[in-house]
Design a protein around this ligand. Sequence first.
Ligand code: NAP
Ligand code: F7E
Length: 325
Amino acid sequence: MKRKAFITGITGQDGSYLAEILLEKDYEVFGMVRRSSSFNTARIDHIFGEVELVFGDLCDGSVLNQLMRTIRPDEVYNLGAQSHVRVSFDVPEYTADTDAMGTLRLLDAIREEGVQARFYQASSSEMFGKAREIPQTEETPFHPRSPYGVSKVFSYWITRNYREAYGMFAVNGILFNHESPRRGPTFVTRKITRAVGAILRGEQNELRLGNLDAKRDWGYAKDYMDGAWRMLQADEPDDFVLATGETHSVEEFLDAAFGHGGLEWRDYVQIDERYFRPAEVDVLIGDYSKAKEKLGWEPNVRFEELVRMMVDADRERGKLEEHYL
Ligand code: NAP
Ligand code: F7E
């Protein structure tokens, strides 16, 4: 019998890569999607016939219970979230409902329905926020700096609590920023690489950005979803950092991306107050040695290659596809 996996957030960047990885491993893949007035499945259209899509929402507990009862998955990956940090300041209550309470609803649906599923929670380096040490490990204390980060801290602890209280195989993947040509267009990396493509095609002549000094540990989303799968195959449930161990500023990303397109970013970039955050996370850099030791996981794609991959994809992309991705 095929193993069954249930993914929330299957229409997102990570969900689309994870679905591909699980299909390659011969899983039966169920993905929860939200009803939308416009198409929201562009990232998974190429595997449309191979996955089973079901409607639901992390804010709707009764549907989560019903889905767990009827599907009875072997593995549950909770990737669904209002994942934009800046937007979480605009919609804090909705962010907490989805990103914090949604995790509790899903864990409790698994428990209530007596489903023997292994559970993966998409935890985030944003939980480290105003980081207490460099680099950050599984032991670094949290100091979140946004409603998004605070919600993810709740989800981290409720996942650990269900593991400790009910013996569930429930794990946190503490993932540092990970990007790809499928990254949402309003995150800074993709905003930059899309702009390079559009400038080279003569469609754009300005790029408005916020804080260029922030530093992030940027990896490749597909590598990280392989790590998420490995966490659920381990002998014991545990929490793991996935990162590259390198940090770069937004300015360095601009240098690399515009440089790869043969452009000088200073000719195009304008600083715009709108993109600054009420509280910022200045520097993140992760130590992935526990994942390397216990899961045999390492990042394959590093900063320079990631930037080139994203710029090349956005250079080639036609206008229509660019609109959807
Ligand atoms: P993403 O591209 O923004 O995708 C988010 C997904 O969640 C989409 O499928 C979205 O559906 C869905 N979603 C949003 N609100 C929902 C709700 N109320 N109920 C059910 N589904 C909902 O995010 P991502 O980059 O793939 O990240 C995946 C997960 O990892 C998220 O939980 C994120 O917070 C976390 N994470 C991401 C990173 C990173 O660097 N990418 C790092 C650490 C942790 P629609 O398509 O309908 O909007
Ligand atoms: O910002 C700065 C901004 O929005 C990165 C999510 O996947 O990773 C992501 O969160 C940095 C910040 O990602 C703009 O101030 C400058 O310092 O690309 P971002 P994020 O906030 O790090 C974590 C790990 C997650 O868990 C989240 O889900 O770039 N920045 N100018 C800008 N950021 C944006 N978005 N837009 C700008 O114009």
